[in-house]
Design a protein around this ligand. Structure first.
Ligand code: COA
Length: 270
């Protein structure tokens, strides 16, 4: 397959395509690769384009620096007063959840919030020994997104999912491997190369059989998307709530959040 070598440097999402593998790399290391609206839009556009182009067989998600991503940009959260639905973040999570080609990830360090929840939509995940997975939504006064409140209990069992989602505890690379959330632990200097090799191996397979097998493994997506919409309703309420706004401000002011004036519980949508 031809190497199209298209490398758009100086961007917050680096895009590189070769041998049927489109690599999307977070490139905001000075902010721990926290994801802004513009970065979500770039990711979504790249995925939508990759879905349409037969030359792209597999997408690899990786990161520059020592953090995979510190999740959604917290300053952006403070300005998202309209909630989550129809935002760059929500368009991205629905796009990745519906993506029709294999997704491979190389997790080089902490993967926080959406950094972990996007992995639940990937087919193969390779992690360095420094990687850790965490979804501290509750600590931020938020609730899970990207279908993670459905997918994590299914993938790791309710007990472990509760440690991640309720206690907000991080899972190190060994624990993530044992829990089946990552395929292998690979030293950081060879991680991306290893993940790319596996992506290229997938890219060389018959694409229709691969896509059909992947679709069968994932099953019917209606339930997942309905669950994501439900998460989005609760997330949007939480995002505007006092707990979240205090948590975001506390993070930016580098202090502990003050939960004394805690808001009433967020109503269930069940
Ligand atoms: N949103 C916006 N900015 C972020 C960020 C985020 N999610 N995560 C890190 N940053 C910024 C910091 O504000 C800091 O910016 P500054 O240098 O202009 O002050 C810079 O990235 C470096 O982060 P810092 O906290 O100083 O690094 P650290 O090594 O001490 O800690 C983390 C790294 C990732 C553990 C810590 O930054 C963190 O907890 N980030 C928030 C994670 C999170 O809760 N994400 C949301 C999940 S829903």
């Amino acid at each position: 397959m031809q190497d199209t070598m298209q490398d758009t440097t100086q961007e917050l999402i680096l895009i590189h395509e070769a041998d049927g593998v489109l690599e999307l790399r977070f490139n905001r290391p000075e902010k721990k690769n926290a994801i802004t609206g513009a970065m979500y839009d770039a990711l979504t556009a790249a995925l939508l384009d990759a879905a349409e182009r037969p030359a792209v067989r597999v997408v690899l998600i990786a990161a520059e620096g020592e953090t995979f991503t510190a999740g959604n940009d917290i300053k952006d959260f403070l300005t998202m007063t309209g909630g989550l639905s129809d935002t760059p973040a929500s368009r991205f999570i629905h796009t990745i959840a519906a993506f029709n080609k294999p997704l491979v990830a190389a997790v080089n360090g902490p993967a926080i919030g959406i950094g972990t929840t996007l992995l639940l939509h990937c087919d193969l995940v390779y992690a360095s020994p420094e990687a850790s997975l965490s979804v501290p939504f509750v600590d931020l006064g938020l609730v899970p997104e990207a279908g993670s409140s459905l997918l994590l209990p299914l993938r790791v069992g309710f007990a472990r999912a509760a440690e991640l989602l309720l206690l907000g505890e991080a899972m190190d690379a060994d624990a993530a491997l044992a829990a089946g959330l990552v395929n292998a632990i690979i030293s950081s200097d060879t991680l991306r190369g290893h993940a790319r090799e596996k992506a290229q191996k997938l890219a060389a397979k018959p694409p229709s059989a691969l896509a059909a097998t992947r679709a069968l493994m994932r099953g019917e997506l209606g339930t997942l998307h309905a669950h994501m919409r439900q998460e989005s309703v609760v997330f949007s309420k939480a995002l505007k709530g006092a707990e979240a706004r205090e948590a975001f401000t506390a993070f930016l002011e580098r202090r502990k959040p003050n939960l004394d004036g805690a808001a009433p519980p967020i109503a269930s949508v069940a």
